[in-house]
Design a protein around this ligand. Structure first.
Ligand code: MN
Ligand code: MN
Length: 461
């Protein structure tokens, strides 16, 4: 039952594919540090390949037929792509789904304050983070400020070569006696995660002169005022570029690989496939890390509405046909999986663990404490997927997220399974998941992309 190491199966040509894909992926990550940036980067890529925006098609009154490529975006944070198949939509779609939000620290609505010569931004973290990992670490600020007249100001500071960075301070070890005796979750409290953004008083200013200095910079550079923070969405993310890791450059270390590694590989598979029988669909959604709520989360009706529009443009729309299309679909719900960590072996059960280099991971179920909250894929569907992967020569492995009772986690799989479609969790193994810098294996990224493409091209069960 032990799975092959994918690296051992590569010849020189395959290795060049692996490296080319990784290089493109690193570039994608660097341009996609927020869900908005990720949607922008994605739209730029797919428009070059002939994808047309759904609203444009609706306006022009054009119909959809086999081979046509269409996409829809909601609130700049949720994107769905379709490549039309030769079969009617009612025979179902082959769907890939990943999320493009990542754990981070968000700026509060009323954030700016001065404290003893420092100007700081108050924050509220997003998703599951070990707060202590984000302190004494160079941070960047990405996001938008929307003014009352609707003007959108884009903020992106900390990631260009000459940019300053920001940071959250940590106490020196010499004075950390009390801190070091605390449990890890209390090393720094959520309210103590304040971002230090300035320390120089504005000339001629008496009261809160550092804060005044920040205002002046914000006004001069971005033309926004303090009240505009009320309608801002600013995300604090690790500053710096994605790097290759290891002497052998076999791994990639970068921010936000959960789950942009699955988003990128899904996207690449969509762009690589030829004409398929069934409609190929790729969903890149937001809000997974906070429970998939909100208009841009997977529980919203956006996906269903867009499928209805696509059915309509394909000349097949009825409420019943929509239900039939969704129920007949197959899905790979893609999210990262915990890779075996040689420094923490005790939380893994080795027979059912994902290992670096052994390829794409399938998880029959996720969940916690007795599979709670998981979508448990049907064995008939798993057999079908195994055949697709074996026929295509994809290196894959199966895994659970750690030992039974060690913890657990969820994905968007159960939300899609509600339509009655076949869904299985799968994705790329990751080390240091949810840390500022996450690590993946180049071989697994390549195998996962190949697995997605094979899945999109094969007919239904
Ligand atoms: Mn995830
Ligand atoms: Mn996650």
């Amino acid at each position: 039952m032990e799975r092959k190491n994918a690296w051992k199966t590569y010849d020189a040509e395959k290795l060049s594919f692996v490296n080319a894909l990784s290089a493109e992926y690193m570039e994608y990550l660097d341009h996609s540090k927020t869900e908005r940036e990720c949607v922008d980067t994605t739209v730029n890529m797919i428009e070059k390949e002939g994808y047309v925006e759904l609203e444009e098609l609706i306006r022009s009154g054009k119909k959809l037929s086999a081979g046509d490529k269409v996409y829809a975006v909601l609130m700049n944070k949720f994107i769905i792509m379709f490549q039309m198949g030769t079969k009617p939509m009612t025979e179902g779609m082959n769907i890939l789904g990943a999320h493009i939000d990542s754990p981070r620290i968000d700026v509060k609505q009323n954030p700016l304050f001065e404290d003893n010569g420092f100007a700081l931004l108050d924050t509220h973290y997003y998703g599951g983070i070990k707060k202590y990992q984000w302190i004494a670490h160079p941070l960047a600020l990405h996001g938008v400020v929307v003014k009352k007249d609707g003007t959108i100001i884009e903020i992106n500071v900390g990631d260009n070569e000459n940019d300053p960075v920001f940071f959250i301070s940590d106490i020196l070890i010499h004075l950390a006696g009390e801190q070091m005796s605390k449990s890890a979750k209390d090393i720094i409290g959520g309210e103590a995660l304040d971002l230090i953004i300035a320390s120089k008083p504005l000339e001629g200013e008496e009261k809160e002169a550092v804060k005044a200095g920040v205002f002046k910079i914000l006004q001069d550079t971005y033309d926004f005022e303090e009240e505009d923070f009320l309608s801002a969405e600013l995300e604090i993310v690790p500053a710096g570029k994605t790097k290759e890791a290891g002497f052998d450059r076999s791994m990639i270390m970068g921010y936000g690989q959960d789950d942009r590694v699955c988003a990128f590989t899904s996207l690449k598979a969509m762009l690589e496939i030829g004409q398929t029988d069934r409609c190929a669909c790729c969903i890149l959604c937001d809000k997974e890390e906070t429970g998939s709520r909100g208009a841009t989360g997977m529980t919203s009706r956006f996906f269903e509405n867009v499928v209805a529009e696509v059915l309509n443009l394909a000349g097949e729309y009825s409420e019943l046909n929509l239900r039939r299309c969704l129920a007949a679909s197959d899905m790979l719900s893609s999210d990262v999986s915990a890779a075996f960590d040689p420094n923490f072996p005790s939380v893994f059960e080795k027979k059912n663990t994902a290992f670096f280099g052994r390829g794409m991971v399938f998880n029959k179920y996720t969940g916690a404490g007795g599979k709670s909250g998981s979508n448990d894929a049907n064995p008939e569907y798993i057999a079908h997927i195994r055949k697709i992967m074996d026929d295509a020569g994809v290196n894959f492995q199966t895994a659970e997220l750690g030992r039974v009772d060690a913890g657990g986690g969820g994905t968007i799989a159960y939300i899609m399974a509600a339509y009655g479609m076949n869904v299985i969790d799968c994705g790329v193994p990751v080390l240091c998941m949810h840390a500022p810098w996450e690590v993946t294996s180049k071989a697994d990224i390549y195998e996962t992309k190949c697995g997605y493409a094979a899945f999109l091209e094969k007919a239904c069960l």
